[in-house]
Design a protein around this ligand. Structure first.
Ligand code: CP
Length: 306
């Protein structure tokens, strides 16, 4: 039995197969419509979510299975003090697979140790968000045609943004990926990503403050929200929240083929006027999240569709 805690839990070859499967699901949805008949996914969300929880649920429903779960800690027995270990022991007898989001880093890993069903990390604190990374890789590979030989700018809250941490960890395994890390001083990438992921893998990267300086160089711009929920005080959040706003005027500095991604939700960091720009692919990116989660469920449940 396999769990998914980090994008590195899959080899590059396994990831390629998973992304191929997701592309096939998009092209031939009917072929997969009964692949998980009789199976159930539990979505255990101790933190708010729109895309991740609902795309997991849509994914299982599209595969012919069913869904159960909770969307906040308050509506589960966590509110009465139940541990993640006890909860997953129970859920293991109710469902075939589970996706867990939790504000504490490592909580899904703890769950996986007590589980007899596959556990998927659907985001743990400021740590990792591997299924967002699968979504990002599918989006980039499908719309850009490659995962190597790219210059990607990651912009915004690089300190608390778990989607960025997971995406960097995944992309360092592909040749000739250049990273431009764009953030205010206070929200720079954590040391463990800079040292243990980027430097350890001899990766080309630079850190800049001004988005305008990076835009002309980029094949991909990955915008992120300032993570209000991870700040210790409101004052710091208010000071940081509008540090970057991508608008039409700034986009004139970017190349005609630069794709704009965002894991969403966005707040102010991408102006609504950008949504109609053909380079803006963040809504399609969210749609790819369903296909890739369908592929992930099939892979972890070892369901083969001929
Ligand atoms: N991208 C993402 O994780 O969105 P949600 O918080 O809505 O799940």
């Amino acid at each position: 039995m396999r769990h998914l805690m980090s994008p590195l839990d899959f080899s590059v070859e396994e990831l390629d197969r998973l992304l191929d499967l997701a592309n096939d699901i998009e092209a031939n949805p009917k072929k997969y419509a009964h692949a998980c008949d009789g199976k159930k996914i539990a979505t255990l969300f101790y933190e708010p979510s729109t895309r991740t929880r609902l795309s997991f649920e849509a994914a299982m429903l599209n595969l012919g299975g069913s869904v159960l779960g909770f969307s906040s800690a308050d509506s589960s027995s966590a509110a009465k003090g139940e541990t993640v270990a006890d909860t997953i022991r129970i859920i293991s007898s109710y469902a075939d697979i589970c996706a867990m989001r939790h504000p504490k880093e490592g909580a899904p890993l703890v769950a996986s140790m007590y589980s007899s069903i596959p556990v998927i990390n659907a985001g743990d604190g400021g740590h990792q968000h591997p299924t967002q990374t699968l979504t990002d890789l599918l989006t980039i590979r499908t719309l850009k045609g490659r995962l190597d030989n790219i210059t990607i700018g990651l912009c915004g809250d690089l300190k608390f943004g778990r989607t960025v941490h997971s995406l960097i960890s995944a992309l360092v395994r592909y040749p000739n990926v250049n990273f431009i890390l764009i953030s205010p001083e206070e929200l720079r990438i954590p040391d463990y990503i800079r040292e243990n992921v980027l430097r350890k893998n001899h990766q080309n990267f630079k850190e800049v403050v001004r988005l305008e300086d990076a835009l002309p160089e980029l094949d991909l711009l990955y915008m992120t929200r300032v993570q209000k929920e991870r700040f210790f005080n409101e004052e710091d959040y208010v000071r940081m929240k509008d540090f970057y706003i991508l608008d039409k005027a700034k986009l004139e500095l970017a190349g005609p083929d630069m794709l704009i991604l965002h894991p969403l939700p966005r707040v102010n960091e991408i102006s609504a006027e950008v949504d109609d720009d053909p380079r803006a692919v963040y809504f399609r990116q969210a749609q790819y999240g369903v296909y890739v989660r369908m592929a992930l469920i099939l892979t972890l449940l070892e369901v083969e569709v001929c």
